[in-house]
Design a protein around this ligand. Structure first.
Ligand code: CU
Length: 197
């Protein structure tokens, strides 16, 4: 009797030992912590720069993207690719007043691809553009009463035209001066120099 139990116990012990030999089942793989997709702030990717090959360009443009000036006035264009067709405007020193007409040659609405022309010193441009963003589209993205703004047109959408006239003496001081579009994100590309010569 006693012997029987001993044998059984031994067998059991062996069985346990055998059991112990078995390597424990692998721990369930830790659920891969799905890293939150790094939602990079959707920087408005600058539109691919189509090198001056804007087939829709109707207004004549001088060498190096110089605006063509006639009778103390010029016409420039903005398009759906977030571009002005000129890079520089030279105002004749003989002009007392100068008129800039902006034509939006695109089709997109003002809320999506609005353009205007704002003139400031180069130093003020970034700050004016930032404040303009806060002012919103109802203010043409120009802070009301901003005395750093020398002149600006209203904000227009595709197919529209607008203009602004200003006293040339205002850009005869300590420049350099720039013209740019204050629609959020546009001034990085839509800008150029304006100077009196
Ligand atoms: Cu614009």
């Amino acid at each position: 009797m006693n012997v029987k139990i001993t044998v059984l116990t031994a067998a059991c012990a062996l069985a346990l030992a055998a059991c112990g030999d078995k390597s424990p089942p692998p721990a369930p793989a830790a659920p891969a912590t799905t890293a939150p997709a790094t939602t990079a702030p959707a920087e408005t990717a600058p539109a691919e720069t189509t090198p001056a090959a804007s087939t829709t360009a109707s207004a004549p443009v001088g060498a190096g993207g110089a605006a063509v000036v006639n009778d103390c006035a010029t016409e420039i264009e903005g398009n759906d690719a977030m571009q002005f067709n000129v890079k520089s405007i030279t105002v004749p020193a003989s002009c007392s007043e100068f008129k800039i007409t902006l034509k939006h040659t695109g089709k997109m609405p003002v809320a999506a691809m609005g353009h205007n022309v704002v003139i400031t010193t180069l130093d003020d441009m970034k700050k004016v553009a930032a404040d303009g963003m806060g002012a919103g589209i109802d203010n043409d993205y120009v802070k009301p009463g901003d005395d750093r703004v020398i002149a600006h047109t209203k904000m227009i959408g595709g197919g529209e035209t607008t203009s602004v006239s200003f006293d040339v003496s205002k850009i005869k001081g300590d420049g350099p001066y720039e013209f740019f579009c204050s629609f959020p994100g546009h001034s990085a590309i839509m800008k150029g120099t304006i100077a009196v010569e």
